[in-house]
Write a protein that binds this ligand. Structure first.
Ligand SMILES: [Zn+2]
Length: 68
């Protein structure tokens, strides 16, 4: 231990690691990866909950065309 405390640290909501708050473009996440994972969860939840039937069909079709 020892050393100077530099700024605030936050806990990454995705992986639970502590990460600096300042100088961190992905805050409150520790990395771009964690941010994208969380965003992905959030988006899929949102779509499932709030997109009307038409929208769901459209998304489904697009997915089939891509073969994903
Ligand atoms: Zn993380």
């Amino acid at each position: 231990m020892g050393g100077v405390m530099q700024g605030k640290k936050v806990r990454c909501p995705q992986c639970g690691r502590f990460t600096p708050w300042e100088d961190n473009p992905y805050r409150p996440f520790c990395s771009e990866r964690c941010k994208l994972i969380d965003l992905g969860h959030w988006l899929s939840e949102e779509y499932r909950l709030s997109v009307p039937a038409e929208g769901v069909e459209e998304i489904h079709k697009t997915g089939e065309e891509k073969g994903e």
